[in-house]
Design a protein around this ligand. Structure first.
Ligand code: MRU
Length: 370
């Protein structure tokens, strides 16, 4: 997608030295556009844990390149043990997004098909690039399928803007390109369908206020940032036509883990008869799990993300302030689970499907083989 009118992906190998992988360091957005170079498994683990990169698809793609870095650093003698250790290290970085372990497993399978360390390294690079390319392509297709939902509402509204509420950042910054929840929005915008996005600020890390707002602005899509608690009020007053969110893990029965607060939006949407769609590439399905509320591990992060808020002063200087009393306790749950019954549909690269086990299994027969 465009940054200052120049196309970027969120992760890419250096063209002259592909042992160096570039990422956009998202901690500094929207105020500074910083590109970071990653080389070692430790670099990749730190980038995921400390959220230089974040979002399910991008975490997966980063883990894919992290496994390539592991292959580059592994000694010929003891190659497999070194890869196993790196895989465990990467999988432990963040618990909720299914794409992380999925990408690591895919790399392990690709390398296990080769005999020599040199061939395994080549396979690891090819697989990392394939994971990234596929992520971008699947998101593009999500846009093509999902735009039908926006188009249908636009027809009913006869030229008035379609108001879409989104939570967190399931935009191109959360993937390699296009985004999941944003892909249908970008496609609608490209087709000239008037859209306006309500952007939940998404406490405490502010993925909405910082990232979704920035990327929608870069693509020229009209948006308004709202507090996390405003959605219910807007829905009651007819100001939301559609909720469109991303997800970090979807179970085989259609339960959806997404950024904390998503469940409350789904409840409000249900109460107000507003369609609530979830967009995801198939790499986000967890075919081994059925009950998301009990089964999906919910990340708990440092309370400091609640205690402190960072930004820039009026003169543009970076600043961080504390907002809680010095001895306040804080509990920072990163995600919640929206039960399938509250989800109108899942927008995937293969099409739109009801959030029901039988329907999902028809579109994704591989679910039955897991
Ligand atoms: O903690 P993050 O920023 O990695 O959380 C992921 C998210 O951005 C959201 O939950 C998002 O809506 C789904 S990720 C495509």
């Amino acid at each position: 997608m465009l940054v200052h009118n120049r196309p970027y992906r969120t992760i890419w190998p250096d063209t002259d030295d592909p042992t160096v992988i570039h990422i956009i360091d998202q901690r500094f957005l929207p105020h500074r556009f910083v590109i970071e170079d990653l080389r070692t498994v430790e670099d990749f683990c730190r980038a995921i844990t400390e959220m230089h990169v974040r979002g399910a698809g991008l975490i997966g793609a980063t883990a894919g390149f992290g496994m390539y870095a592991a292959a580059l650093g592994a000694p010929d003698n003891g190659f497999d043990a070194s890869i196993q250790a790196a895989a465990a290290q990467l999988v432990a970085t963040r618990p909720t997004a299914a794409n992380l372990a999925w990408a690591v497993r895919r790399q392990q399978a690709a390398m296990s098909n080769e005999d020599s360390p040199a061939a395994k390294r080549r396979a690891a690079f090819a697989t990392a690039c394939a994971i990234a390319d596929e992520d971008a392509e699947f998101c593009r297709r999500i846009g093509e399928h999902g735009v039908a939902v926006v188009e249908e509402i636009a027809r009913r509204k006869q030229g008035q803007a379609v108001n879409i509420l989104t939570h967190c950042n399931a935009g191109w910054l959360a993937f390699v390109d296009h985004g999941s929840a944003t892909a249908p929005i970008y496609e609608a915008h490209r087709r000239g369908i008037p859209v306006h996005v309500w952007v939940d600020e998404t406490r405490p890390w502010l993925q909405g206020a910082r990232l979704t707002a920035w990327e929608l602005g870069q693509q020229g899509v009209p948006y308004t940032v709202i507090t996390d608690n405003a959605g219910g009020h807007l829905m009651q007053h007819g100001l939301v036509d559609l909720c469109l969110v991303g997800t970090d893990r979807v179970t085989r029965s259609g339960d959806v883990a997404n950024k904390i607060g998503t469940y409350l939006k789904a409840l409000a949407a249900y109460d107000n008869g507003i369609p609530f769609y979830v967009a995801l590439p198939s790499s986000t399905f967890d075919w081994r799990m059925r009950d998301g509320v009990r089964g999906i591990p919910i990340e708990e992060r440092s309370g400091d993300e609640i205690h402190f808020v960072a930004g820039v002063t009026a003169s543009g200087e970076p600043a961080e302030v504390r907002i809680t009393p010095p001895d306040a306790a804080a509990a920072n749950y990163g995600f919640d689970v929206t039960p399938a019954r509250l989800v109108t549909g899942l927008i995937t690269e293969r099409g739109i499907v009801a959030a029901r086990e039988e329907a999902i299994a028809v579109l994704f027969p591989e679910a039955g083989r897991a």
